[in-house]
Design a protein around this ligand. Structure first.
Ligand code: NAG
Ligand code: NAG
Length: 166
């Protein structure tokens, strides 16, 4: 009888599991050759209600990100769950989008133990900060299948997850 009681207690204890708590972070550049490309905060630039470009803005306009199922998510103002995606293309300077219905290139993301944003996707040669439209710096990726040069107007960077205390 005692044995049965202990098992019941054990079952009760292990079934009390906390729900998932999303850890929110900003994404910030580091490691650029040109120091003005360091410390930039990743944000979004609306293209249409479902799609945004990945651009850099001031810290107070930074987007809040979190990791779910090897995607990096961002909740739009209307609460739609956007995700960061590498867009397929044929240029060494590959586009990055933050969209509610992203390409298959939204999977394979994670943070390293040093809290760097990485992706396991093929042909990924690193993150790039490049001159975007209207003088806004934007995020791109180096596609090694299309060439292994850093394109003009671009700087290689790392992306650091900077967790927010709450
Ligand atoms: C994560 O993936 C699992 C298994 O595919 C799925 O059941 C779950 O709904 C996913 N979570 C989110 C938040 O998408
Ligand atoms: C890289 O470039 C190739 C073509 O050269 C393309 O098929 C692929 O989608 C691009 N992006 C990735 C992430 O592989």
């Amino acid at each position: 009888m005692k044995f049965v009681t202990n098992l019941a207690l054990l079952a009760t204890a292990t079934s009390v599991a906390a729900g998932p708590v999303q850890k929110i972070f900003n994404i910030v550049t580091s490691g650029a050759t040109d120091d003005s490309n360091n410390g930039l905060y990743l944000s979004t630039q609306r293209v249409d209600p479902l799609n945004s470009n990945a651009v850099f803005r001031a810290q107070e306009d930074a987007a809040d990100f979190y990791v779910v199922n090897d995607t990096i998510r961002y909740d739009a103002p209307n609460k739609a769950p956007y995700a960061i995606a590498l867009v397929s293309g044929s240029e060494p300077q590959g586009d990055v989008e933050i969209s509610v219905s992203p390409t298959t290139g939204s999977e394979g993301f994670s943070l390293t133990s040093e809290k760097k944003v990485k992706t396991s996707q093929q042909n990924f040669g690193g993150w790039l900060v490049c001159d975007g439209e209207n003088g806004v710096q934007a995020l791109y990726y180096e596609n090694t299948s299309a060439g292994d040069i850093v394109p003009d107007g671009c700087d290689s960077v790392q992306l650091d997850a900077v967790f927010k205390s709450s």
